[in-house]
Design a protein around this ligand. Structure first.
Ligand code: FAD
Ligand code: UDP
Length: 366
């Protein structure tokens, strides 16, 4: 065998594995079907601006080990994500906090906000929220749900809020303080010079073959290495033999504008149903850019079908049950490790992907 590991996918999981393996004297070959490294955190420079081609990526974590880890490969700026929600021309701060409530109801204190929320849900008697709608209503009341959650969520997931799991909305902080930081995490920022540079460093000294789909030459590739680290879709690995897992896909419409500042913020969410896109990203604001032009991306969410890019796993009960069946098969594999967002069918943030890869390396490469 020529290599110790064949790594399928040059995304964050594959790149961390490659770095750790190299550090321990192992050899890896990375194959990547796209024409670039870095998976979904890929950034390309346009007019001096780092454009997040597969959607806005803000690094945030409370895991000190992960934070120190990524800081070996990049210097992070002091960006704090504070998106704005736009509903029929009205602007609200996110996540849901006293700025949001004050604008919504013209009130000033946490006590007033809590009283309004309580009065809006008193008749619902929700004790244990069964779905996203009940979860959202019980947390923020009817007005915030109707204006800032319902339309956005149904566009994003293509499903009624009653048919979605409650945990999705619990990703967002809810605060009764005037604090617009979208995350509660201890550490946050964007790598200066973009994510691609960071992944490039992780892959330093490892051979990478771009434009190579594992399934187009599986036999030849398998023959090159002792083991396989697979970060593609788990159902595809088994030729969808148990059924097809569902994903949400996203289409980005990216446009260069001859102006310095289009929307005054990196992220503006369009929360009403009638606007077809979910949000507009203005990339330069992630890095406090001063260029005379700007680049924006409108994000359109859609149902995934074979051949599309899978972005978000749909972790509802039906899909999770199917995933478990695939996982049982995967657990029996002696020479294949499944990792990352697609291999584990999980809505992982970057820090969780890194933590999972490091844990795997501790076990596998000990
Ligand atoms: P990927 O980046 O998907 O990498 C997998 C790679 O494998 C891909 O490059 C793919 O082309 C390749 N591959 C697949 N199949 C094959 C094959 N058959 N042969 C060869 N190569 C193959 N996380 C955050 O922490 N903060 C954020 O703000 C954030 N925003 C996000 C926004 C969007 C729109 C999305 C979709 C995700 C966001 N995430 C965010 C999550 C983040 O993108 C992931 O945690 C991370 O990129 C996952 O890395 P990965 O290596 O598991 O997967
Ligand atoms: N969400 C919402 N309104 C918003 C922003 C988010 O209702 O303005 C909901 C929506 O259901 C979304 C979830 O909160 O799927 C999690 O949002 P997050 O920003 O974490 O989504 P991501 O950045 O991963 O797309």
């Amino acid at each position: 065998m020529k290599y110790d590991y064949l790594i399928v996918g040059a995304g964050l999981y594959g790149a961390v594995f490659a770095w750790e393996a190299k550090k321990r004297g192992k050899t890896c070959l990375v194959v990547e079907k796209r024409d670039h490294i870095a998976g979904n955190i890929y950034c390309e420079e346009m007019d001096g601006i780092q454009v997040h081609r597969y959607g806005a990526h803000i690094f945030h974590t409370s895991d000190k080990r992960v934070w120190e880890y990524v800081n070996q490969f990049a210097e992070f700026n002091h960006y704090i994500n504070s998106p704005v929600a736009r509903y029929k021309g009205e602007l609200y701060n996110l996540p849901f906090n006293m700025n949001t409530f004050s604008k919504m109801w013209g009130i000033a204190t946490p006590g007033e906000a809590q009283a309004i929320i309580a009065s809006q849900i008193a008749d619902l008697h929700i004790t244990e929220p069964k779905n996203l709608e009940e979860q959202a209503l019980s947390l923020v009341g009817r007005d915030v749900y109707e204006k800032l959650i319902k339309g956005y969520t149904e566009k994003q997931w293509g499903r009624d809020c009653k048919d979605l799991p409650a945990f999705i909305i619990k990703r967002l902080p809810l605060r009764f303080t005037y604090d617009n930081n979208y995350f509660n995490d201890r550490y946050q920022g964007i790598p200066m010079g973009g994510y691609t540079k960071m992944v490039d460093k992780l892959l330093e000294g490892t051979q990478v073959r771009l434009n190579t789909d594992y399934f187009a030459c599986r036999k030849e590739l398998d023959a090159l290495a002792e083991k396989v680290v697979y970060t593609g879709m788990i159902d595809r690995f088994y030729d969808y033999s148990l059924g097809v897992l569902e994903y949400r896909s996203v289409r980005f419409e990216t446009e260069k504008l001859e102006m310095e500042n289009y929307q005054g913020n990196a992220v503006v969410n369009y929360t009403e149903r009638e606007v077809p896109y979910t949000r507009i990203i203005e990339h330069k604001h992630f890095e406090f850019g001063k260029q005379p032009v700007t680049i924006i991306s409108r994000e359109y969410s859609s149902e995934w079908k074979k051949g599309d890019e899978p972005y978000y796993p749909v972790n509802d009960a039906k899909n999770n049950a199917l995933y478990e069946e695939y996982r049982e098969m995967a657990d029996k594999e002696k020479r294949v490790i499944f990792g990352g967002r697609l291999g584990n069918y999980r809505y992982y943030d970057m820090d969780k992907v890194i933590a999972a890869a490091l844990e795997m390396c501790d076990r596998e490469l000990a």
